[in-house]
Design a binder for this molecule. Structure first.
Ligand SMILES: NC(=O)c1ccc[n+]([C@@H]2O[C@H](COP(=O)([O-])OP(=O)(O)OC[C@H]3O[C@@H](n4cnc5c(N)ncnc54)[C@H](OP(=O)(O)O)[C@@H]3O)[C@@H](O)[C@H]2O)c1
Length: 248
């Protein structure tokens, strides 16, 4: 009998890092990917694109807007009824929120998607993670070094001149969300990681281009795969990135 595939939910998998993570997971026959999408149309198109590649893994679209409790609850109910558990949760969805008209709107949008979203998604999917019997079960919160307070205050940081307070502060809040998850889930045998992919080509903002020095998305995602596959399980908790770790 074939071994059951590892069930992975990736939020915000219609573009950029989330989509590439789905693709790298599907390149193996050991994963079933729940491709999280706030827009079902985009989600179905992403699934179609991946299926057309004839990769050995399997994928299905999961309608999930991390700012909508109704879609998160409906998604968890579907996973409960269809799969009965979840092995790996990747909280990847986020927004830069740089184009909202006021600072209040920018802060509200960034915190809702980037910090409140992962907190609520994890809380609602937590029981499904607890029903997993996989040794690999884990929560990975995709973050940014831009949310490290110590790095913010370091004039040598490459992005010292970049303010983007809404994005930075929402990722700092995600770091505390992760610390709280660590205290809650580690004793249950569920590992919790923060991972920073680094400056990457994606739809996050207009600056995320090759011309501006952003890395190819495949290069940012292969080290994330290593975290997902347990290659960095021996490291102390904190903010991991491709070549090491950042201070909180
Ligand atoms: N790119 C970088 O340089 C960089 C650096 C450090 C960290 N990161 C982090 O990497 C992660 C992925 O970002 P990315 O660069 O791949 O950006 P991206 O191409 O804009 O992808 C973001 C994804 O999140 C989805 N999303 C946004 N709001 C959502 C919501 N409310 N509910 C569900 N999904 C939502 C987007 O869906 P739509 O397609 O519908 O918009 C999209 O699929 C983020 O956590 C980001 O902070 C990126």
């Amino acid at each position: 009998m074939a071994a059951a595939k590892t069930l992975v939910l990736v939020t915000g998998a219609t573009s950029g890092i989330g989509f590439e993570l789905a693709a790298q997971l599907l390149a193996k026959d050991t994963y079933h990917v729940l491709l999280g999408a706030r827009s079902p149309e985009k989600g179905l198109a992403a699934v179609e694109t991946l299926r057309a590649r004839n990769l050995p893994g399997t994928v299905e679209m999961l309608h999930l807007d991390v700012t909508s409790d109704a879609t998160i609850e409906a998604a968890a109910q579907y996973v409960q009824q269809t799969h009965g558990h979840l092995d790996i949760l990747v909280n990847n969805a986020a927004v830069s929120a740089m184009t909202h008209p006021s600072l209040r709107e920018q802060m509200r949008a960034a915190f809702d998607a980037n910090a409140t979203g992962p907190a609520v998604v994890t809380s609602i999917f937590g029981p499904l993670l607890q029903q997993s019997t996989a040794a690999s079960r884990r929560i990975i919160n995709v973050t940014s070094g831009a949310g490290s307070i110590e790095r913010r205050l370091d004039p040598a940081s490459l992005i010292y001149q970049v303010q983007q307070v809404q994005y930075r502060a929402s990722k700092t809040a995600l770091h505390m969300v992760s610390a709280c998850q660590l205290v809650e889930y580690q004793p249950l045998g569920i590992r919790v990681f923060l991972y920073d992919p680094g400056f990457t080509q994606s739809n996050l903002g207009p600056h995320n281009t090759e011309a501006n020095g952003a890395r190819a998305v495949a290069d940012s995602v292969s080290p994330l795969m290593a975290v997902l596959e347990g290659e960095r399980d021996g490291e102390k908790e904190g903010i991991l990135h491709n070549t090491g770790r950042y201070p909180w």
